[in-house]
Design a binder for this molecule. Structure first.
Ligand SMILES: [Zn+2]
Ligand SMILES: [Zn+2]
Length: 468
């Protein structure tokens, strides 16, 4: 089967591996859709401590039952559609025994610590699989996992009915939380995000007011603040906006070594409650039910789809290649004009190259995460390397640099560059948010498509991937 594998932090391969066989109690799922999560980007960068390498990532997924092991509970047939809770709790540690399996001392998760769903097939415990009704499509099925995290977050924060709430961060998780908080009876939800397009989505999803910074809320205070950014500055600002007696939910994932400064005097004097919410705990079924009931508008949450390109990531490659997925406005698409032949033979191939078009259209955020494989022309390695450095802000001869990039650089006859990047994240990293992502895309397109510099390009990534 085809699979995307992180061989090491920053080193991604798209390759063929053996199909998984179902063990006792397992289903093999043929993957229809799989999301990219912020956690996947941490895994890409080697910043998610539980992850071993190599690993096939992908923990937000849905598909069809393709094979069944022994001991499967009744009700599962080949071809049944399913969404899967990726949680793998040991069941015997003190946390599991006390009903808090998400804090399991031996915590594992499909796609995080064992092979996941950026592949044609994935083996899962049947106990983790949930039937998908026809009313939930594959991409929505893959959204049940992040929704189940949001459901757990709401259970942690407690009642919100009648409260004025502040939500920092309006990415996928923020928009899911916003809908749940509104449905749970919040009197109002104010939303802060640096990106105007996200604020527009938040307004459409029911936010009472939006601002690009907490300081834009005119000093208002809130009984409940939910952070869905994982940005220490946003957490501190949210804490500062709490009413006396308020509750702060830290939902977004910071890096493991991040620190925030909170006033212990305020926590004491104002009886502030600070809560965390970690992943999924007995909340997957509730999320699946909410999705099946049509309670969640998923339209603003689904971004561009990618496909797995078989054989890519290996050289030499076949001539030409398919456009990934179903090209549409907000998508990464590949010019499918014929590639060089024979390959590689740069002396005979002047003026021929594979072009790439990286687009973000209709005011959407544009590509958030993608993986490109570039081969520079002989003698142009330095220029292309510098170009990538200038545009992406990464250093190409280090295996993984910074929180936003996984980069591999292999000096050969051609310069081979493999870049896994998060343009939206980089934008936030470089200029603190806002800015014009499309400007950089144009620059990248112009330079990468230039036959004098680049011999070959591929865009590689999983199928039906949408950004979270
Ligand atoms: Zn996730
Ligand atoms: Zn345990």
């Amino acid at each position: 089967m085809r699979a995307v594998i992180w061989e090491a932090p920053g080193k991604l391969a798209t390759t063929e591996v053996a199909d998984p066989a179902p063990r006792h109690g397992e289903l093999v799922i043929q993957v229809s859709a799989c999301g990219i999560c912020g956690t996947d980007l941490h895994i890409a960068d080697g910043e998610f401590p539980p992850t071993p390498y190599p690993i096939i990532p992908g923990h937000e997924f849905a598909g069809r039952v393709a094979a069944r092991g022994d001991g499967i509970p009744p009700g599962w047939r080949d071809g049944d559609r399913a969404a899967v809770d990726p949680s793998l709790f040991c069941g015997y540690c003190p946390m599991c025994h006390s009903g808090r399996g998400n804090l399991c001392e031996n915590w594992n998760a499909i796609g995080d610590t064992v092979n996941g769903a950026f592949a044609d097939y994935v083996a899962v415990p049947a106990a983790n699989a949930y039937h998908l009704p026809d009313s939930v499509n594959d991409a929505q099925g893959a959204l049940i996992e992040p929704l189940s995290c949001a459901v757990h977050g709401l259970r942690r924060i407690g009642p919100v009915t009648g409260h004025d709430l502040l939500l920092t961060g309006a990415g996928t998780m923020g928009l899911l939380l916003l809908q749940l908080l509104t449905n749970a009876g919040a009197r109002s939800v104010s939303v802060v995000d640096r990106k105007p397009s996200r604020l527009a989505a938040a307004t459409a999803a029911g936010a009472k007011e939006v601002a690009e910074d907490v300081s834009g809320l005119d000093g208002r205070t809130f009984g409940v603040v939910v952070d869905a950014t994982g940005a220490p500055a946003a957490i501190e600002a949210g804490f500062g906006a709490l009413d006396r007696g308020g509750r702060l939910l830290v939902f977004g994932v910071t890096s493991a070594d991040a620190a925030v400064s909170l006033s212990p005097f305020r926590i004491y004097n104002d009886e502030i409650t600070v809560l965390g919410s970690m992943a999924v705990l007995n909340s997957f079924g509730a999320a699946a039910d909410l999705m099946a009931a049509g309670s969640i508008d998923t339209s603003p949450l689904l971004g561009m789809p990618f496909t797995i390109s078989p054989g890519t990531g290996q050289r030499p490659q076949r001539r030409g290649h398919q456009s990934p997925g179903h090209p549409r406005a907000n998508t990464v698409s590949v010019d499918t004009s014929p590639g060089p032949e024979p390959y590689p033979d740069p002396s005979a191939q002047e003026g021929r190259h594979q072009g790439v078009l990286l687009t973000g259209a209709d005011g959407a955020d544009g590509p958030k995460a993608f993986y490109i494989h570039i081969e520079a022309r002989p003698g142009k390695t330095g220029e292309v390397r510098q170009m990538l450095h200038d545009i992406l802000g990464c250093v190409l001869d280090e295996p993984a640099t910074g929180p936003w990039f996984g980069v591999q650089y292999s000096p050969t006859t051609f310069g081979i560059f493999e870049v896994f990047t998060n343009l939206s994240g980089r934008q936030a990293h470089v200029d603190g948010g806002g800015g014009d992502i499309f400007r950089d895309l144009e620059r990248m397109n112009a330079i990468l498509a230039h036959p004098a510099h680049v011999y070959r390009l591929d865009v590689l990534m999983s199928k039906q991937v949408f950004t979270t």
